[in-house]
Ligand binder design. Structure first.
Ligand code: GDP
Length: 286
């Protein structure tokens, strides 16, 4: 199923429920089943989805739902709350401290927007008074454009052997050393192997998994595969300026047990926002 359909089917289910003249158990079940189908099709774990169903039914049955309007609102609110819950892994990610060197490693599939996210993350912190530096493990293949971007905003860059770059920037008192990983690998196995080696060598304080918002069904497996080879501690969802609503974020959080911390909202270095769960879920339901 195409993701646009999938993203849309949650909101369609709610819309249908809202349009029904009388909201009885049948209408509610129909709505919840539709949402369940959409979430399962995007590989959100069965347990999360069935817990969500149970919780919504419990909330709804706690209210005396005679007034139709009230009932619609309560159901919508319950769905909203439950989706927010799925996006909350109930633990925060490692938070770097200004003035103390932290190594942050970025992982993700080629084309996910990883290199862009590295420069955005660096720039976001630079504006807040940090001293960020970029290191690429791509042996000189750091995207030329992004390298130019980094140079333009005066973020130093090291494009040779990652571990040397990290060592150098630590010595030079940089407090946010951002390591970009993954080159052009034909084999997925060699991408994971490289990532694993870079993590072993650079000992990151935080590994951030970068995921394209348009990845729906593949999200869980992809996030899990990364989590299995390096200890992912946070997620960034990119390309939120596109059509996709980012339903894959639910799976990424579930697979990595890590919070989403930022979203990418464009190609430019400043199109980057701190993740805020409520507007994200509102958009999912829109
Ligand atoms: P990488 O291979 O994962 O390092 O991906 P890149 O950072 O090179 O990005 C791949 C493409 O996606 C580039 O054309 C980027 O400009 C684009 N891109 C990255 N993030 C965003 C975003 O948030 N919005 C949009 N519209 N494009 C993005």
């Amino acid at each position: 199923m195409v993701l646009a359909q999938l993203d849309g089917s949650i909101s369609r289910a709610i819309q249908q429920m809202s349009n029904a003249t009388i909201i009885d158990d049948n209408v509610l079940n129909e709505c919840l089943n539709e949402i369940t189908r959409a979430l399962l099709q995007s590989d959100v774990q069965l347990k999360l989805v069935s817990d969500m169903q149970t919780n919504i039914k419990r909330i709804v049955s706690l209210h005396d739902l005679t007034g139709g309007h009230n009932k619609r609102r309560i159901i919508q609110q319950a769905i909203f709350t439950e989706l927010c819950q799925i996006l909350d892994p109930r633990k925060s990610s490692f938070t770097p401290k200004k003035g103390k060197a932290s190594v942050i490693m970025f992982v993700g599939l080629q084309g996910s927007g990883k290199t862009t996210a590295c420069t955005k993350y660096a720039y976001y912190h630079l504006k807040k008074g940090w001293k960020p530096a970029l290191v690429s493990s791509r042996a000189g293949a750091f995207d030329q454009l992004k390298q130019n971007d980094a140079t333009r905003v005066k973020i130093p860059f090291y494009g040779r052997i990652a571990v040397e770059g990290v060592k150098r920037f630590k010595k030079e008192n940089y407090d946010l050393i951002i390591v970009d990983t993954g080159g052009h690998h034909k084999q997925e196995a060699s991408l994971f192997e490289e990532m694993h080696q870079v993590a072993e060598a650079t000992r990151p304080d935080l590994v951030i998994f970068v995921m394209d918002s348009s990845i729906g069904q593949a999200a869980f497996d992809q996030a899990q595969a990364f989590k299995q080879s390096v200890s992912v501690g946070a997620v960034i969802i990119t390309k939120m300026d596109g059509h996709a609503k980012g339903v894959g974020a639910l799976s990424a959080v579930a697979a990595t047990k890590s919070p989403v911390i930022f979203i990418g909202t464009g190609e430019h270095i400043d199109e980057f926002e701190v993740f805020d769960v409520k507007p994200f879920v509102s958009r999912l339901l829109d």
